[in-house]
Ligand binder design. Sequence first.
Ligand code: ADP
Length: 490
Amino acid sequence: MSIRFRLLLSFMSVVVVSVIVFALAAYSLSVAVTGDFRSISRFYKVHYSVHPLSDEEDNLFIDLKYLAKHDPKRLKEQLLLEDYDQQLKMVQAGLVVRDDEGILYQTPTLHDVDMESALPAYDLSNRSIRNTMNVGNRFFSYAKFDFYFSSETGEKGSIFVIRERSPFAEMIRTLLPILIGMLAAILLLTGWLLYRYVTRKIIKPLDALRQSAEHITEGDLTFRLHSSSRDEVGQLVLTFDQMRRQLYDSVQLQLHYEENRKQLLSNISHDLRTPITTIKGYAEGIRDGVANTPDKLDKYVEAIHTRASDMEQLVDELLLYSKLDLNKEPFSFEQLLLLPFLKSIVEALAIDFDNEQVEVSWLAEGAEELFVLADQEKLKRVVVNLLSNCLKYMVSHPKRITIGVEVKDGFAVVKIKDNGPGIHPDALPHIFERFYREELSRSKAAGGSGLGLAIAKQIIEGHGGEIGAESLPQQGTSIYFTLKIFEDRR
Ligand code: ADP
């Protein structure tokens, strides 16, 4: 549900609830005050117990009271009573007169009401009271006056001016304070619930966003923002967190690049320094006359030449690697029959394989007609690199290299497998990184620049293929690369 809809709903519910509450309150007040559902002119102050009668009724009651006080005997005159009753009836009230015997006069309109048992007892200490009473399920308000018909005989009498009221009105009157209290409580509760709702759904997430923005300003990107809701605020929170994550990733990448750059510089310096130191040593040997025989001199010069060649090769590799890395090395692709191409490379290295007593075997049935689009020079470099690694790292006999070519998902897969020492699983994911050399091979004389596989990776990726390795210690190494098969040979 969208926030806008929620707000609309909340707003409407507030309005509806308030309107209903106020309408109810006003209606209840009106009913409670007037008892006739019509007027609120004599508001709540008209309390039946205090004001059971209207002004006209009250005037008649005062008249009757006056009579009771000064000429009580007249209150036994039927005609007089009927006359008063008639006047009271005009204002919707009735008259009841009581003596020792019981009801002396009861207004005919209330003839079906058992007044005798309901009316309050004669009580001189509380002779003039105004109150309400229930007779059956009917509700009356009345004013009573107790007197003596005759002080000599002590005959007691009571006059009642009675008016029927709506029991509902009485109920409302009694319940009104509770009702208003309840309505106020409901309003407060609704308001509080709405406040909580809006706070939880909008204010809190916005607060969290603000705090997150502050974190970002301070450079802290490691926190996480959560939101389970799908509304606009929830989406905002998620987008914000996505932005934070991207920012975090780019900062990490930046740091990684920086670290790489430092590592690269340190590796280059180190790899160049070693042969330079050696060359310097041999040159000093010659200068200082240590190479004092032609033999020694030859050896020294040869050593200097070898190191200088190593340096030259390293610098070449570095140059090629950086060109490939910067995409500045152009590729010249041409159609190539893969298997003969691979075989020619192996052929060219035959002397090295013979010297090392390496047995090369092929697993390439069905691959004779495979054409690929490749840059011959660069692809040759890859294959030579891989084969040289096999030669470099295989130490114990028998030394075997298997070259496999197969077709998989429209790609030619070339696999060069040896039975050498293998690569430790910890090192395996890193061998294609520049300057990476497994700890063991670092100490070995065989170890190279650590750029061979990195260059191979660049070249293969430049061909749109991929390169990978499978190896287990003591179980040989298998390096494979893929090349897109070239179908159209025209
Ligand atoms: P290097 O010049 O050191 O050979 P590479 O990039 O060619 O650098 O290889 C990276 C590392 O991968 C090597 O140092 C070596 O530890 C490991 N490696 C590569 N090929 C083989 C292999 N055939 N057998 C064992 N280890 C290998």
